[in-house]
Design a protein around this ligand. Structure first.
Ligand code: ZN
Length: 341
């Protein structure tokens, strides 16, 4: 066990403790999971597939991913790990063939007590949808590796175990999808320095009509906000987080209209463009989210964005620093709106 492992472990524990404290008065979620067979025989869209994991406990989430891959006949590798911090199964699916590998990550575990819809069932669903599309037309000059780690909420334990055990040769870059179920504006984060991979990511986003500092933002570290890609970054591999943030004007009516609606298509289109770019070149459904989870996620985003704002005011802004602004909207309840301005 390295000093770094201890650091990850403590940070994971701290994050969970903070989440619990912030949400101690929130009611536990009362969502019922969708029967697994209904999901397996249902539509293969991000919205439908987000029900594969939502509202299940972590053991059931882990099993559900394997069930889906098995039912679809997708060859996958199960990477099982057990350390003093915890145990779990990471799943790995490789698509396409080529010298270099693009790694896309979506962790399958959730904070206990949360339905784990936006964090992170939506991202898993996006990658499963991408899997279907790439499976039908695999890239010929790039390997796309979909990694579904366990135990992200324990200081990226699953991803760290994977990085420890797997061959990391020829990885072009890594993106970890987090909180991709709501919103319309993409944030690439933990992207402090320009790299060839970051340029590829930008090019991919712009190829689907996204504009820097408008419909996508590239930002540096967001305090108290991390994800699995950091396990790869610690090994010297270009690795960033990808999150979707609601950027619409948050008037009351807009809020009410979109409160329970998810738009995972933005992130899916970006992933598809990314693999195309790296190779060389919403639908909606009303689904109530657990308010506890929603609040915790928005707090994390708000805190991170506020810290970024403070950094910027302190004069630390670089060429691609974000212009994040938080517009809290009080409507008599606890909802808040976020805006990238
Ligand atoms: Zn997460």
């Amino acid at each position: 066990m390295s000093l770094r492992d201890v650091g990850f472990f403590l940070r994971g524990r701290l994050n969970r403790a903070v989440s619990r404290a912030l949400n101690r008065r929130a009611p536990a979620h009362t969502e019922t999971p969708t029967p697994l067979n209904d999901v397996l025989s249902g539509p293969r869209t991000p919205i439908a597939l987000s029900r594969l994991l939502t509202a299940r406990d972590n053991a059931a989430r882990e099993a559900a991913v394997a069930s889906w891959l098995g039912a679809r006949g997708v060859p996958f590798t199960r990477h099982r790990f057990a350390t003093f911090e915890g145990r779990g199964d990471n799943y790995v699916v490789d698509l396409g063939a080529g010298e270099r590998t693009l790694v896309l990550i979506a962790h399958h575990d959730a904070v206990p007590g949360s339905p784990g819809a936006n964090d992170n069932a939506a991202s898993v669903a996006i990658l499963l949808t991408l899997l279907e599309r790439l499976g039908a037309a695999p890239p010929s000059r790039l390997r796309v590796r979909l990694l579904f780690p366990a135990c992200e909420e324990l200081g990226y334990l699953g991803a760290r175990a994977y990085v420890r055990d797997a061959s990391l040769d020829r990885i072009a870059g890594v993106l970890s999808l987090e909180l991709c179920g709501m919103g319309d504006t993409l944030a690439i984060w933990d992207a402090g320095a320009e790299t060839p991979f970051l340029r590829t990511v930008r090019g991919a986003l712009e190829s689907v009509g996204r504009r820097a500092d408008e419909s996508y933002h590239v930002v540096g570290r967001i305090p108290v906000f991390g994800s699995d890609h950091r396990a790869f970054a610690a090994a010297g591999i270009p690795a960033y987080g990808l999150t979707v943030v609601p950027a619409a004007e948050a008037d009351e009516r807009e809020q009410r209209a979109h409160r329970d609606v998810e738009h995972p298509d933005a992130a899916l289109a970006a992933q598809e463009a990314l693999h195309r770019g790296a190779e060389g070149q919403p639908d909606e459904a009303a689904r109530p989210r657990g308010e506890e989870e929603e609040r915790a996620e928005r707090r994390r985003l708000r805190d991170g964005a506020a810290a970024l704002g403070a950094q910027k005011r302190a004069g630390g802004a670089g060429a691609h620093e974000p212009r994040l602004r938080i517009d809290p909207l009080k409507d008599g309840r606890t909802r808040e709106a976020y805006r990238i301005a």
